[in-house]
Design a protein around this ligand. Structure first.
Ligand code: F0G
Length: 348
C-alpha cells in the first residue's frame, strides 16, 4: 500500500503524535506530459497535474484530510463549509469516513451535478441558499462563532497545509520546480498553498512564476475590488470576494508572477482542447489554467524553452451538464449493422 499524505509528508504538516492518521487514498496524483498541445503551442515542456484523480475528484482532498484529522484530534463532532461544490464533496466524504456530522452551504442553482450528488450521497446536510458563495461563506463564519462546529473552508489553515503537498509532488517528479505554474483562482486558497509548498520544499533549485487565472466575470483580484455578482460558466470559481486574496497577491508578487483572467469562451475552448487533444477531462474551472497559458502565449510570453505545469484541479465528470450543453445531440440509428457501418466508413 502506498504511503498516505499524512504519513508521507508528516514532517511538513502540523501533526502531533495524537493526530489520527486517516486516508481515502488522496494525493500522489499523476503529472502527465503533454503530447500534442506542447508542440502546437510551442512550449518547451508542458505538464498537467491531474488533481481530479483524488478520491472525490478534486484537489480539495489534500487539505481536507489534514483539516479533518486535526478536527478529530481536537474532539470535534461536526464540520461545516461554504462551497461551490468540490469542498462540500470532499468534506462530506471525509466526514462520512470518520463518522462526523457535515453541514454544507451552497449557492442554489450553481453547483455542478456531480458535486451535489456526492455531498448528498455521502450524507451531508446540504443547505442550498438563494445567494452566492460569498454570502454562504459569510454565514459559515457567523455560525462557527456560535456553535461547536469546525470550519473546513480554506480559512482553516490546515487545509492550506495539506494542499501545499501538490507542489512537493511536482518537484519530486520533475526533479526541480517548473519555470511556470498555471492555476485557476477562486477563493485563492490553492495558489496560496502551492506557493507555500514551493517556498518550503528544499529539494528545488528555483521557484516557479505563479500564474493565477480567474474567470473574467468573477475576477476581483484582477479588478482590485470585490465583485458583488460574480458570473461565469466555471461555477467552481464563481467567487467575488476571495478569502485568501492576500495570499494570492503574495504568491504573485514574491514569484514575479501574474494574476489575470480568462473569458468563459476562452475557458470552454481550453476545456475542449484539453479533452480532445490530450485525453484529459477537467472541469471547466480547471481549464482556466490552460486558457491562461494560451492567453499568455498570444500576449507574447515566450515559453519555447520553459517548463510549464498546468494544474487541472478537478475532473470533468463533476459537471456533465457543461460537457453535454456544447455537444451536438446524438443521432439515433436503427440497430442494423449496415446503418452503423455506413457512418463509420464515411468517417474513416
Ligand atoms: N478549481 C476547482 C475545480 C475548484 O473547485 C476550485 C475551488 C478552484 C479551482 C479554485 O481554488 O478556491 O483555492 O482558489 N472550489 C471551492 C469549493 C471554492 O467550494 O469547492 P481556490
Amino acid at each position: 500500500m502506498r504511503a498516505c499524505l499524512l504519513e508521507k509528508y508528516r514532517e511538513f504538516l502540523p501533526l502531533t503524535p495524537e493526530t489520527p492518521i486517516i486516508t481515502l487514498g488522496e494525493a500522489d496524483t499523476p503529472l502527465v506530459r503533454s503530447l500534442r498541445l506542447e508542440k502546437e503551442l510551442g512550449i518547451g515542456e508542458l505538464y498537467f497535474k491531474l488533481e481530479g484523480c483524488n478520491p472525490t475528484g478534486s484537489f480539495k482532498d489534500r487539505g481536507m484530510v489534514v483539516a479533518v484529522a486535526k478536527a478529530l484530534e481536537a474532539g470535534s463532532r461536526a464540520l461545516i463549509c461554504a462551497s461551490t461544490g468540490n469542498t462540500s464533496a470532499s468534506a462530506a466524504a471525509y466526514g462520512a469516513h470518520c463518522g462526523l456530522k457535515v453541514f454544507v452551504i451552497v449557492p442554489g442553482g450553481y453547483i455542478a451535478l456531480g458535486k451535489l450528488s456526492q455531498a448528498i450521497t455521502f450524507g451531508a446536510e446540504v443547505l442550498s441558499i438563494d445567494g452566492n458563495f460569498d454570502k454562504a461563506l459569510g454565514m459559515v463564519r457567523a455560525l462557527i462563532q456560535k456553535h461547536p462546529i469546525t470550519l473546513v473552508n480554506s480559512l482553516n489553515l490546515h487545509r492550506i497545509e495539506g494542499q501545499k503537498t501538490a507542489a512537493f509532488e511536482i518537484i519530486d517528479t520533475l526533479g526541480d520546480a517548473p519555470d511556470y505554474l498555471f492555476i485557476p483562482v477562486g477563493n485563492a486558497g490553492n495558489i496560496t498553498a502551492y506557493w507555500r509548498g514551493f517556498v518550503q520544499y528544499q529539494k528545488a533549485s528555483k521557484r516557479p512564476r505563479m500564474m493565477g487565472f480567474q474567470a473574467e466575470g468573477a475576477a476581483p483580484i484582477v479588478r482590485g475590488g470585490v465583485v458583488a455578482e460574480p458570473k461565469t460558466i466555471a461555477t467552481a470559481i464563481r467567487i467575488g470576494n476571495p478569502a485568501s486574496w492576500q495570499g494570492a497577491l503574495a504568491a504573485r508578487d514574491e514569484s514575479s508572477g501574474v494574476i489575470d483572467c480568462v473569458s468563459d469562451e476562452e475557458i470552454l475552448t481550453a476545456y475542449k482542447l484539453l479533452a480532445s487533444e490530450e485525453g484529459i477531462f477537467g472541469e471547466p474551472a480547471s481549464a482556466a489554467s490552460l486558457a491562461g497559458v494560451i492567453k499568455m502565449i498570444k500576449g507574447e510570453l515566450k515559453l519555447s524553452t520553459a517548463r510549464v505545469v498546468c494544474v487541472i484541479t478537478g475532473t470533468g465528470l463533476k459537471d456533465p451538464d457543461t460537457a453535454l450543453k456544447s455537444a451536438p445531440t446524438l443521432a439515433e440509428f436503427p440497430a442494423q449493422l449496415e446503418a452503423v457501418e455506413e457512418v463509420i466508413v464515411s468517417k474513416l
